[in-house]
Design a protein around this ligand. Structure first.
Ligand SMILES: [Zn+2]
Ligand SMILES: [Zn+2]
Length: 756
C-alpha cells in the first residue's frame, strides 16, 4: 500500500510515515493537509511526499482524513518551506504553518471547507419536479398540486435563476413559513451558495487608468518587464532605488498589468504599517476583483476567502504584509517587495524569516521576476546591486514636482543657549527651535500642512527624583517607565504595565517627581500653546490601538481638516499628502546612540523617509531637522537624500568590522526566569561555539539591550562570519552540546536585524 510522509504542524522537527487507505489515495498528494494518529492523539500535518514503501520497521498507521480538493501547499512552496527550515534553523512544521491562512492552521482537517454559505431560493419548473430530491418533495404520486393564487404571485416575483432567500423574503414581505410550504409542495427549491466575505465590500473604489510615465519610470518598467516570464530565465532580482515621491508604485502597477496580460499572477508585499486603505485602493482601483488583500486585521473568514480566491485562480494579485509572500498565487510572474529595507519584513518569532530574502529565493525557484523597491535600500541589497548580483534601476527625480525639498539642520545645542529664540520645553531644553516655529507659522498662513516626527510616544520618557536621582522603572522589564498625560499614568513600553506616579519618591521621600525628556504627547501640547488656532492631531501607538483610528486620522489629514500632524515613525512611512510642505524632525539623533551596528542606517532611513513626506505635490517642500549631532553623516546625508554617498561611507565601516553585508550575522538569545541561569547558559553556549577563528567572530555574551522583558531575563551572543553554512554548523553543534533544560529557551536568529 502507498505511504505518505507527513510533516506534523508544530515544533516537532520530524516527519512520519502513514499508510494511505485506498479511499484517500486520490487526495493524499504532496502538499495536502491531513489528519493522522500520533500515539493516542490526533495531529494535523502536511504530506511531504509519497512513496511505495516505508523504511520504518513497525506497522504503519493509516491516515485518518485528507482535506479534499487541490493541495493547500504547492510543490514550490513545500520546497521553500524546506529551505526556510534549514536556513533559519526552524522546525519544518512551523515553516509550513507560516504559509497557511489562520483557519487552515486551526480547523480540523475534513471538518468542512470553511466557506460561509447563504440560502438561496429558485423556482422548480413543472418538468423537473420528478427529479427533485428535496426532502419534502411531494414524492409518491409525482403529481404536483396547482399553486394557490398567493403562491403563483410569489413564483412570479421569483423569475428565473436563483435569489438570496433572506433578501427575497425581506423585499417581497414573504413569511419564511410560506416558502417552506412551497418547498414541500415542490414549487421552489431551497439551496445554498458560498457567499464571499469581502474585506472591501464597504468601500466604493473607482477604477483608475495608468498614469503617464516619465523617462526614468519607463526605463524601470522595461527592465522589470524584461524579467517577467517567459523571458525571466536567468534574470537577476531587480533593486528599484527611487527617491521619495519618484513614482515607484506606478511602475509596480504597470509591471503587474503586463504580468496579468501574460496570464501570470503577482505578489506585492508592503510593510504592515503602510498597508493603509490608500495603498489598497491604488491596487484595487487599477485591477479590480483580481486583487486579493491578505491583512492581519482582516477577520479569519475574510482571510480564508481571500486565500481561496488566490488558490483557485480567481484572484491573481496578492497584496499584503510579510506573510503574503506565501500566497498561493497561480503561475507566479512577479514579486514586488516595496520598502524592502523595512524591519517589519523580519518575523520576530520562529521561523525568524526575512520576507525580502525569502522572496528572492521563491522567485528563483518559480522562475519569476522579483523587484525590491526603496528610497533607502538596505545595505545588503545595495551591496548585492553593486557587485552585480542584483540589477540596479534608479529613479532620481520626483514624478510630480521634480525637485526634492530644501532642508535645514538646526543645531539644538546652539538653540538652547541663552538668548536664542527657541521655545523652552521645561527641564530638558527645547522642543521647538525658532526656525521651526517660524516655518510652521508660514504654513498656517498659507493653508499648507505640516508633519512633525518625534519617535517617542508618551509625555515624558522618564520620571526622576530631583533629590536622589531615582528613576521609575518597570517591575517586569529593565526599562524606564514613560509618563503618559492622557491617562495620567506611568507606562512600560515593553510589557504595557502601568501604575500611578508615586506621590513621593519611593527612595528618599522627596515630594516632587520630575518629568524628564519629551514625547509626542508633550509635543502636541506645546504645539497647541504655540499655535492656538491650528488644528492639531497626534498619531502614535497610544491613539491608533482602536481598529480604525489610524485610518480616520489619516483621512482627516488628507481632507485638510488637520493643519499639523504630530507622530512617531508611523507617520514617516509611505504616506503621500500633496499639501504637506513642511516636515519637521525633532530629536533626529535619538536613534543614533543605540548599541546596534545598524544605528546609522536606521537613522538615515527614518530621517530620509520623513524628509520625503514634504513637497510631494505641486508646491516645493521644506524639511527642518533638529538635532544635537548636526554633523553626523546619517543626518546630514539623509536630509538631502544622498543615499549613495551615505551607503558608500557606511559600507567602508561595515567591511572593516566584518558586519553585514560583509558577513552573516546571527544572534542567539537565551531566556530564563532566572538571571543567573540565563547568564551562565549563555557563557557555556559561547564556549561551545568556540572563540574567534578565521571563519567567525564571536561576540561576548552579555545582557540583551532590554535585559528583562515581561519578567524574563535575556542574554545574547552574536556570531558573524562570511559563510552561513559554517555559522549554522557551529550553532547546531553548540545546541547539541549543551541542550537547553529547565526553563531555559534558546532562539537563534539568522540574519538578525538588530544587535551588535
Ligand atoms: Zn528620591
Ligand atoms: Zn514592562
Amino acid at each position: 500500500m502507498p505511504v505518505a510522509r507527513v510533516a506534523l504542524d508544530g515544533a516537532v522537527d520530524r516527519a512520519f510515515d502513514y499508510e494511505i487507505p485506498p479511499e484517500l489515495d486520490a487526495a493524499a498528494v504532496p502538499g495536502a493537509r491531513v489528519l493522522v494518529p500520533l500515539g493516542r492523539r490526533e495531529e494535523q500535518g502536511t504530506v511531504l511526499s509519497r512513496r511505495d514503501a516505508s523504511d520504518f520497521a513497525g506497522v504503519l498507521k493509516p491516515l485518518r482524513a485528507v482535506e479534499p480538493g487541490d493541495p493547500a501547499v504547492s510543490l514550490p512552496l513545500l520546497r521553500l518551506a524546506l529551505w526556510m527550515a534549514r536556513y533559519y534553523m526552524a522546525p519544518f512544521g512551523l515553516c509550513l504553518r507560516a504559509m497557511l491562512p489562520p483557519r487552515m492552521r486551526s480547523a480540523r482537517v475534513g471538518s468542512g471547507d470553511g466557506f460561509a454559505r447563504e440560502r438561496t431560493i429558485s423556482r422548480v419548473d413543472p418538468g423537473d419536479a420528478s427529479e427533485s430530491g428535496g426532502a419534502g418533495a411531494s414524492g409518491a404520486s409525482g403529481a404536483r398540486p396547482e399553486p394557490t393564487a398567493r403562491q403563483a404571485e410569489i413564483l412570479g416575483w421569483l423569475g428565473e435563476g436563483e435569489s438570496l432567500l433572506s433578501g427575497f423574503c425581506r423585499t417581497w414581505h414573504v413569511a419564511p413559513e410560506t416558502i417552506r410550504r412551497m418547498e414541500e409542495a415542490g414549487l421552489v427549491r431551497i439551496g445554498t451558495r458560498i457567499c464571499r466575505r469581502d474585506p472591501l465590500a464597504a468601500r466604493r473604489i473607482a477604477p483608475s487608468a495608468p498614469l503617464r510615465l516619465n523617462d526614468e519610470q519607463s526605463a524601470a518598467l522595461r527592465a522589470i518587464v524584461a524579467a517577467l516570464p517567459p523571458d525571466s530565465g536567468s534574470s537577476k532580482p531587480i533593486l528599484l532605488h527611487g527617491i521619495t515621491g519618484s513614482g515607484k508604485t506606478e511602475v509596480y502597477l504597470q509591471a503587474i498589468a503586463e504580468a496579468l496580460a501574460r496570464d501570470c499572477g503577482a505578489i506585492v508585499l508592503v510593510p504592515e504599517i503602510s498597508l493603509t486603505p490608500q495603498t489598497i485602493r491604488r491596487f484595487v482601483s487599477r485591477f479590480g476583483p483580481v486583487v486579493a488583500v491578505l491583512h492581519s486585521q482582516l477577520g479569519p473568514g475574510e482571510r480564508h476567502d481571500e486565500w481561496h480566491r488566490l488558490h483557485s485562480g480567481e484572484a491573481r494579485v496578492a497584496v499584503g504584509p510579510r506573510s503574503a509572500l506565501f500566497a498561493p498565487v497561480r503561475r507566479l510572474g512577479l514579486i514586488v517587495v516595496d520598502e524592502e529595507h523595512e524591519p517589519s519584513y523580519k518575523q520576530d518569532e520562529t521561523p525568524r524569516y526575512n520576507a525580502r530574502d525569502v522572496a528572492v529565493v521563491r522567485a528563483r525557484a518559480e522562475k519569476c521576476a522579483v523587484v525590491l523597491g526603496s528610497a533607502t535600500p538596505s545595505l545588503e541589497s545595495w551591496r548585492n546591486a553593486s557587485i552585480g548580483k542584483y540589477a540596479l534601476v534608479s529613479l532620481k527625480r520626483r514624478a510630480t514636482s521634480g525637485c526634492l525639498p530644501s532642508t535645514t539642520i538646526v543645531d539644538m545645542r546652539v538653540e538652547a543657549s541663552p538668548g536664542a529664540g527657541g521655545v523652552p520645553g521645561g527641564g530638558s531644553g527645547l522642543i521647538f527651535s525658532d526656525t521651526l516655529v517660524r516655518a510652521i507659522r508660514t504654513r498656517l498662513e498659507y493653508g499648507e500642512q505640516t508633519m512633525l516626527l518625534l519617535n517617542r510616544r508618551g509625555w515624558a520618557p522618564r520620571v526622576a527624583c530631583p533629590a536622589c536621582g531615582h528613576v521609575e522603572t518597570c517591575e517586569n522589564c529593565s526599562v524606564r517607565m514613560a509618563y503618559h498625560r492622557d491617562d495620567d499614568v506611568l507606562r512600560c513600553h515593553v510589557c504595557g504595565a502601568w501604575r500611578r506616579v508615586p506621590a513621593v519618591c519611593p527612595e528618599c521621600g522627596a515630594p516632587e517627581q520630575r518629568l524628564a525628556g519629551v514625547g509626542t504627547q508633550r509635543v502636541e501640547s506645546v504645539a497647541r500653546t504655540l499655535f492656538p488656532k491650528a488644528r492639531i492631531e497626534r498619531m502614535d501607538l497610544d491613539v491608533t490601538t482602536r481598529k480604525s483610528s489610524h485610518e480616520e486620522i489619516l483621512s482627516r489629514f488628507r481632507a485638510g481638516k488637520t493643519d499639523i500632524l504630530v507622530g512617531t515613525q508611523m507617520i514617516a512611512k509611505g504616506l503621500d499628502f500633496p499639501n504637506v510642505t513642511l516636515a519637521g524632525i525633532l530629536d533626529a539623533d535619538a536613534s543614533l546612540c543605540v548599541p546596534d551596528f545598524r544605528a546609522s542606517e536606521r537613522t538615515f532611513q527614518l530621517v530620509a523617509q520623513m524628509a520625503g513626506r514634504a513637497g510631494r505635490g505641486e508646491r516645493p517642500g521644506d524639511v527642518i531637522v533638529q538635532t544635537r549631532s548636526p554633523d553626523a553623516p546619517a543626518i546630514v546625508l539623509a536630509a538631502r537624500e544622498a543615499y549613495a554617498e551615505f551607503a558608500a561611507a557606511e559600507l567602508v565601516e561595515r567591511e572593516e568590522l566584518l558586519y553585514p553585508p560583509f558577513s552573516r550575522f546571527c544572534l542567539v538569545t537565551v531566556r530564563s526566569a532566572s538571571r543567573d541561569a540565563a547568564e551562565s547558559y549563555a557563557a557555556r553556549f559561547a564556549d561551545a561555539i568556540g572563540r574567534d577563528r578565521p571563519d567567525w567572530i564571536l561576540g561576548e555574551p552579555g545582557p540583551a539591550p532590554i535585559e528583562k522583558s515581561n519578567g524574563v531575563w535575556r542574554f545574547q551572543i552574536s556570531l558573524r562570519g562570511p559563510d552561513s553554512d559554517v555559522l549554522h554548523g557551529r550553532l547546531r553543534a553548540a545546541i547539541n552540546a549543551i541542550p537547553a533544560n529547565g526553563d531555559i529557551s534558546v532562539a537563534c536568529d539568522i540574519d538578525a536585524l538588530g544587535g551588535g
